[in-house]
Write a protein that binds this ligand. Structure first.
Ligand code: NDP
Length: 277
């Protein structure tokens, strides 16, 4: 079995486990995405700022899979929040991907200091209304920014893609998402594969279930209800990371993972992040 689907707040179905391509060069992204599609992934997460939409698109088109079986996400960069810029950036991303619609388009960061994310959201609503993105959402939105969109606009974001792993389980933001009908999507779900996967708790649970530490962490996400998009350029890991649908963590396992919460971020604080790339 290669996966579950979740239903977003507008009825669109999205694979709960997908594949991320941050920090992967364009040619390497083409290879990694092709490997992922062969392994059974159907959801791919890229962004304009990853500079690999073209390679990603070549792999999607080269797979021979019907377009409607794929779920493709890309993101609006921080320099493109003005209405006309956002519409143009969307067209440019679609061109690079070689697609004529997206499944999910996200505002990558709110950049509160710039205070243009509501203008960007107006553009995303237009793109959605025109049927060019089946769903629209946000990424790295704080409770404040998300509440503002939910209060001021007709379309509530379908997802908020945020840093989330056992060190940073984001309990409060997940509660707000549940209240607003926003699906939580976890970035760096493996904590970027370093210290987290070397912790004793995932190793112990891996031994208990006959799985690997990465599989235990991904299973934890799935049982919380998160959408996850682990990244790997290593074929064995790409296969390993999707082989997580044949076991279940029990309450004791989940309690053990909860002890890893130390509030530690790997990435920047979205309340202040304003990098323009
Ligand atoms: P992940 O938590 O997915 O970790 C990726 C790292 O873990 C890579 O170095 C990879 O190595 C390693 N790894 C993968 N699988 C395993 C495994 N089974 N065992 C051991 N190590 C493993 O980090 P990312 O930061 O890449 O996050 C995932 C995706 O989330 C991104 O690719 C991107 O799509 C998205 N993202 C979005 C952000 C946003 O602002 N919206 C910010 C950051 C990420 P290797 O590749 O060498 O195999």
């Amino acid at each position: 079995m290669t996966g579950n689907e979740v239903t977003l707040n507008n009825g669109v179905k999205m694979p709960q486990l997908g594949f991320g391509v941050w920090q992967v060069e364009d040619d390497e992204a083409e290879k990694a995405v092709a490997t992922a599609l062969e392994a059974g992934y159907r959801s791919i997460d890229t962004a304009k700022i990853y500079f690999n939409e073209e390679g990603t698109g070549r792999a999607l088109r080269g797979s021979g899979l019907p377009r409607q079986e794929l779920f493709v996400t890309t993101k609006l960069w921080n320099t493109d929040h003005r209405y006309d810029d956002a519409l143009r950036a969307f067209d440019d991303s679609l061109d690079r991907l070689g697609l004529d619609y997206l499944d999910l388009y996200l505002i990558h960061w709110p950049v509160p200091s710039q205070d243009l994310f509501t203008e960007a959201w107006r553009a995303l609503e237009k793109i959605h209304a025109d049927g060019r993105a089946r769903a629209i959402g946000v990424s790295n939105f704080t409770a404040e920014a998300l509440t503002r969109l939910a209060e001021e606009f007709g379309v509530v974001p379908a997802v908020n893609q945020i840093e989330l792993h056992p060190y940073l389980p984001q309990r409060q933001l997940r509660e707000l998402h549940d209240k607003l009908g926003v699906r939580t999507e976890a970035w760096s779900p493996l904590g970027q594969g370093k210290a987290l996967l070397a912790e004793p708790v995932p190793a112990q649970l891996a031994a208990k279930h006959g799985k690997t530490p990465a599989q235990v962490v991904l299973r934890w996400h799935l049982q919380l209800g998160n959408v996850v998009i682990p990244k790997s350029v290593t074929p064995a890991r790409i296969a390993e990371n999707i082989d997580v649908f044949d076991f279940e963590l029990d309450d004791d396992d989940l309690a053990a993972i909860a002890t890893l919460d130390n509030g530690g971020r790997i990435g920047p604080d979205p309340a202040t992040f304003a990098w323009m790339g």
